[in-house]
Design a protein around this ligand. Structure first.
Ligand code: TRP
Length: 355
């Protein structure tokens, strides 16, 4: 029996952090034996926020090395770079003919990023959506919300649909994009009366998608939050970050409730440490003898146990351009087999010249 198709990608906007590792990369590696896996670096998506070209060059190479260092086996997985697949931008153009600008403008991630670009704060309850839309349309050229950002969901849908992927392992923040992908697939199929695109589902290993917290007391670990531990942080930098993590004044009486900054440290410990270590720190929290310094020291050590071998391998891969080039060339070649077939059929279905 042929294996079910899995596809996922990470945008190349900087080095990978623990959130990427536990939320995505680790799951990718776990899936590689049992599924037809396609993992890629979404460098075209990275362009939507107009990165510095030099940084984008470096980031794409870095993430290829990080994928490999985390245990991805290019013999088992199609590991490729989005921009190496010319069929993707062509199908993106075609699919856009069936995507409404209204539904794109209502996408949460678009509104968030557009707000950031225009320097408008987070939406308040009862915010006037119409005024917001006018602001986007009327924005000065130096504060422009670009059309690529608006059509980000079309491009992501194409990444998935062009490979006919059934499973897409992504975090909770990508749910809405997946929902749009299913909607576009259904719409295309019903408009042309075909059973062509496959509606993808999110993939979780039994449990709900995990949220990896940051070190600044609240929220998730994210590049734009500036609260990240990177896979390639050297031991000194990493330990310093952990030791500076936000805490509280400590439990004053036995079995006190746990505040958010401390819960975040426990969550990170649960992800990186052994159950008996976690239990030890919960016990000393409960009886008020906990010293946060000890907890952080332990946490830094346990994170380093995971990241050190990855960091060392990343450096080996980064020094081997020929090998990296070969990996992504092979990945692209394999990914293009299905992509070109899907594109060819989509063109025909839509009525592009046949004679
Ligand atoms: N939007 C995803 C993110 O920001 C990255 C992405 C692009 C993606 N295309 C995809 C993820 C296709 C899964 C499938 O993380």
């Amino acid at each position: 029996m042929s294996k079910e198709i899995v596809l996922s990608g990470i945008r190349s906007t900087g080095n990978l952090h623990l959130g990427n590792y536990f939320g995505a990369l680790r799951n990718f590696v776990r899936m590689q034996d049992n599924y037809d896996c396609n993992f890629f670096i979404a460098d075209l998506h990275a362009l939507t926020t107009n990165p510095d070209p030099k940084q984008l060059h470096a980031s794409v190479k870095q993430i290829v090395a990080e994928y490999l260092a985390a245990g991805m086996d290019p013999e088992k997985v199609n590991l490729f770079i989005q921009s190496d697949i010319p069929e993707i931008p062509e199908l993106y153009l075609l699919l856009n003919m069936h995507v409404g600008i209204g539904e794109l403008m209502r996408t949460t991630s678009f509104k968030d990023k557009a707000r950031k670009m225009l320097g408008i704060g987070a939406p308040a309850n009862g915010d006037d959506e119409e005024a917001f839309e006018k602001q986007i349309i009327g924005a000065e050229t130096n504060k422009r919300v670009n059309a690529g950002l608006l059509t980000y969901p079309t491009l992501m849908a194409v990444d998935i649909l062009i490979q006919k992927a059934k499973w897409v392992p992504v975090g909770k923040d990508q749910e809405q994009h997946l929902e749009l992908t299913r909607r576009f697939a259904r719409r295309f199929n019903s408009f042309y009366g075909v059973d062509f695109f496959v509606e993808p589902q999110n993939f979780n290993f039994g449990a709900a998608a995990i949220k990896v917290p940051g070190l600044d007391g609240s929220g998730k670990m994210g590049k734009s939050e500036g609260n990240c531990i990177y896979l390639t942080d050297d031991p000194k930098t990493l330990t310093k970050k952990v030791m500076r993590a936000m805490t509280d004044e400590g439990p004053k009486e036995p079995n006190s409730p746990v505040s958010e900054p401390i819960q975040n440290l426990f969550t990170l410990l649960e992800l990186t440490s052994t159950p008996d270590v976690v239990k030890h720190f919960k016990d000393v929290y409960a009886d008020c003898s906990i010293r946060y310094g000890d907890l952080k020291k332990q946490l830094a050590e346990d994170i380093l146990k995971i990241t050190t071998p990855i960091r060392e391998r990343v450096n080996e891969y980064l020094a081997n351009d020929d090998y990296l080039r070969k990996v992504v060339a092979t990945g692209a070649e394999r990914a293009r087999v299905r992509a070109s077939q899907t594109l060819k059929e989509a063109r025909e279905i839509m009525g592009i010249r046949k004679f």
